[in-house]
Write a protein that binds this ligand. Sequence first.
Ligand code: M6R
Length: 362
Amino acid sequence: GKAGHDHYMHKEIHEQPHALRQTISGRVDELGGNADLDIDLDDDFLRTLDEIHVVACGTSHYAGLYMKELLESLVDVTVRVDLASEYEVYDGHDASQTLVVAVTQSGETADTLSAIRRAKASGMTSFAVTNTVGSTITREVDDSLFIKAGPEIGVAASKTFVSQVTTLALFTTYLGRLRGTLSAEDGADLVEHIRQLPNAVQSVLDAEPKIQRLAEQYVDSDAFFFIGRGLAYPVALESALKLKEISYVHAEGFAAGELKHGPLALVTENTPVLAFLNDAAAADDTVNNVKEVESRGAPVIGLSTPDETNSFCEHSIDVPELGRLEPLVANVALQLFAYHVADEMGRPIDKPRNLAKSVTVE
Ligand code: M6R
């Protein structure tokens, strides 16, 4: 049941510290600065491959984009992230040196299964990152890695997104250490941040009353925009998807630098802007974008570590310092924001209109 929560989604948001402990348990090698993962793919292949293709839909696609940002800064590999429904393999591509990774919570998404089949037909080695043991995807791929988030009932993904990104961060560590591009020291930093995730997420959950008040204050807005750079850009996209999915209000995520190339025309005093000002996400550059929207009268909610970075924002939500995983923790605050906007509007949060938990048609 819902264990005293009004909705499964609320329960699942609050379950995240626990879900993350399961995701991480036994997989962090602090001394070696490495991830201890049970991966059956051939080490020599992982050492020499030169491309990774990620195929996924919706929230899982954004988890893939987060991994791309991590991988490309830490590991010598080119990463392509495609919406599964858009994925094509081109003639002449060296499939033998490419790993295709399906990111899918359910393991049953038809678009993702179909993309994996196209990749396999071209000769690629395939890998799945999924929550569901025994799902169709696990029978199609060469090897699977489980995110271990536990069952998720709400149609909107919450704990599974955070567990996916965490699992992909572990995979990044593993690959970086195996290929020698990630030093033991940098690996130790990353796994230390992974280890601290459950507590960091808990501290954001503890700020729920403040986040709820902000949601109630802005519930009547025309639209909501989320802006971020680097690692925070996929989180901006995910936060916007969450809000639109459960509240039916228009919400969009933008790369902060893109505002001036068009979206700024939408900004008014009735469109709150939620800005990621995390250190690991080029906060200083985003500050300028915040000033651009503030001068158009938009209320700004800044997410950052509790320092001066957000002091000029109309509102701020504190996110503990957590290096490259800080934007992921910021996401939890915006899950709560989306939840409370939707709840205030009386939406059927666990079962939004027109949507299904797993989409088994292409
Ligand atoms: O099970 P999957 O991860 O393959 O599902 C992919 C999307 O359908 C899913 O993430 C969808 O976008 C969620 N409802 C978002 O909250």
